[in-house]
Write a protein that binds this ligand. Sequence first.
Ligand SMILES: Nc1ncnc2c1ncn2[C@@H]1O[C@H](COP(=O)(O)OP(=O)(O)OP(=O)(O)O)[C@@H](O)[C@H]1O
Ligand SMILES: [Mg+2]
Length: 708
Amino acid sequence: MEISEAPFHPVVKRLCAMKGMKSFYPPQEEAIRKGILDGKNVLMVTQTASGKTFLAELIAVNNVLSGRGKTVYLTPLKALAIEKYSDFIEYERIGIRTIATMGDYDSSEPMLERYDIIVATYEKMDSILRHRPSWLSRVSLVIIDEIHYLDDEKRGPVLESLIAKLKSMKSDAQILGLSATVGNPEEISSWLDAELVLSSWRPIPLKEGVYYRGKIKFSDGEEKKISEPFSSPVLDLINDVISDGGQAIVFVNSRRRAVSLAQTVAKRLKMNKSSEAEELSKLIIESSEVQSLNEVLSEMIKNRVSFHHAGLTVEQRRMIEEGFRKGAINVIVATPTLAAGVNLPARRVIIESSERYVAGEGNSPIKVLEYKQFAGRAGRPGYDEYGEAILIAGDPVEVREMFSQYINGKPESIYSKMGSSSAFRSHLLSYIATLEKLRLEDIRGFVKNTLYSRQMSQESAKKLLSDSLRFLKEKGFIEEEGKYYKATSYGKYVSDLYIDPLSAELVKEAFSKKKRATDFSIMHIIAATPDMPKLSLKKKEFAKIDAAFVELIPEILLGLEDRDVSYEDILSEVKTALFLYDWINEVPEQEICEKYDLGPGDVYSFIESAAWIAYAIYKLSDVLEQAKQYSKKLEALSYRVKYGIKEELYELVSIPEIGRVRARNLYSSGFRSIEDIRKASVNELMRVRGIGERLAYRIKEYALKHSD
Ligand SMILES: Nc1ncnc2c1ncn2[C@@H]1O[C@H](COP(=O)(O)OP(=O)(O)OP(=O)(O)O)[C@@H](O)[C@H]1O
Ligand SMILES: [Mg+2]
């Protein structure tokens, strides 16, 4: 179908023409035929790179231009939300207002009223729904990208309850689900009440194959000999594609491996010099607070190679992806964080190992779904004529297994993860709190709208519901009033704070103790809540953390006796609390990263969760009698966790671009408040470490406006 003939708003057609896009891909055409433009729910389960995300972008823009209402665009990961936002921002020149929103979960975000397209993570949208902002009624299209995340332990239940809520609240918004890897598309589309578009068509051929002893065997029967100058399968495969002018992404199974392999590649493969790579290498040297990491990255990027994993900051990852897109970087060695949705010019994707270590389970094979997502990064439109995805086998038996398991395999079915009691009780409470007054039938109706209830036996769904209602009632989150269930003000409060009801219970319990709460006690409460991800505990650390635990017992308010957790979990909590304690006492990030074996990206994401919980605990002190006396301390700690500072720096970090390090430098040089900065000259400010001329002017300007 020619784009010019499709029933789109003329402006959309013109924009496509300007981008040189003439016709729709067959799966896109089928989606249009099936009513994607007429408000019908559609689930697209079509190949990687088949244009799902791009079609959704056009539908969103069309929706706005046709005056139908707002579009909400949901992605599982922040990085994808940011990428999508930068695509939508291009439409600003035709008057479409887009915003990306994430983090800060206790607001109805009234300012979103002003935007046409709202790009959000699943969590953020779930938290927004809890506040029922008035603009919700004007949302006419909800796009859910990478919908296979329904199967994810953490994000799945959030997305599922969000969809169930939309259905139960009788929203008439159109739902559009997108994924390349859903094994049970019929079941999911029937749950979504959606037309199904199913297709294996791909715009750029993707050749899948297995490498063994100098030869790639492709699924179409073709064989390709690879020269073996390195006698290392992965190096030879990289070398082969680079010498042919292509670029490669290698997926490995651990961060450690990503770094070490990238270093080996940088050292052993001869690449042509590139001035763009030199430039990027210089930029990256100041990309995080962790100098040792910056140096390692910078050195290898000079050689046009980089690793990519979640320990890097979001900004570093963006720089690396951009460098790869521009051809400055030729090889990226990545962990699975890179896999979903991104468009990169990889001619060859190499999957070094089809196994991954899972704590408690040992090595297990990766899912077919993951393999297909990895493979799908190769051969993206606009870059190469074809793409290759290569697995590496250790023996002939493995060659056959890899073909049957992965290349000819079908992605797994998506199963609801809502059955965990923690997920269920949180979302149940949020539903009751959002809808205010519900009969038991209404609540059952909500449960019926979940994927969980479709996939599980009626008995288990019934039992989960009655257990959860009992828990919520016993703990005072909900109450019965005649035939109705409603949230108590405490229940509503907890739901609005976007934390697990059990977290609130733990806080209550902790502050009921006769012990005095210290800074460490509170870091430990944060670490102990089910909302806080825990730092993993390594075997060799066991004795050290155990000793710290024994010493810290007087400050720990939530002991072993209170909870049903293993001793190992208790120790991970202690380790997590120690990390938070170092953070709020201004231990340098480099030192924290070494001590806890983290990257700056990890620090950022742990702190983001912790800051949210710290803030929620502070807010709970308004409604929990037991915690009231700590209200001031909790408020201060919530800032300290957010910024990683001692209390005295609080005023300084409120200045834009002043983080914990610069704030400390200013403070040590005698500038202790905004007022001090107002009185200082730019020259004096420039003498402070980390403050250049531009920044000195800016903070001075800020101080002039803001000091009182
Ligand atoms: N009709 C079209 N004509 C030309 N290029 C297109 C067309 N549709 C999409 N593209 C381009 O193809 C590339 C891949 O599209 P897109 O990212 O939407 O694929 P996808 O199906 O979402 O892939 P994934 O499953 O990996 O997320 C993008 O660069 C996009 O701009
Ligand atoms: Mg996509």
